[in-house]
Design a protein around this ligand. Structure first.
Ligand code: HEC
Length: 108
């Protein structure tokens, strides 16, 4: 009788633990999803702000009309931005924003 009780207790423990483990997994999945959505939202805001920098007549469009952003690959953009960001005298925030915008829309 004692043995049966012990086995039953063990079985209950195993079931309880696996339930809380799957609950924890579900909670983690939900947290991961929320974090991914937050990153996507922040990225979208960065890209939008970058478009403003790109077309602003006091920043990227000061010397020339905004170039076709899709005409250059990400690799080309890396080199172009190295030259253009200092020419446009962008601060760090504006540089990050315009980089997000061109990389998002670069030639695939
Ligand atoms: C001070 C003037 C000036 C500013 C500000 C400026 N550019 Fe330029 N940009 C130029 C000149 C001059 C050229 C052409 C000569 C060259 O490629 O260096 C050029 C060329 C380009 C090209 C063509 C490059 C190629 O190889 O075909 C792109 C794209 C470009 N600029 C993007 C930008 C972006 C994005 C910004 C803002 C971060 C910016 N420019 C700000 C002067 C400027």
């Amino acid at each position: 009788m004692k043995k049966i009780l012990i086995v039953l207790m063990m079985a209950t423990l195993v079931v309880a633990c696996s339930r809380s483990a799957s609950k924890a997994a579900a909670e983690k999945a939900a947290a991961d999803k929320a974090a991914a959505e937050k990153v996507a939202t922040e990225r979208a805001a960065l890209v939008t702000a970058g478009h403003a920098v790109y077309t602003d007549k006091t920043m990227c469009a000061r010397c020339h009309k905004p170039k076709d952003v899709t005409a250059y690959t990400q690799e080309r953009w890396t080199g172009i931005l190295k030259k253009m960001v200092p020419m446009a005298k962008l601060n760090e925030t504006e540089a990050t924003q315009v980089t997000a915008y061109v990389m998002e829309n670069a030639k695939k």
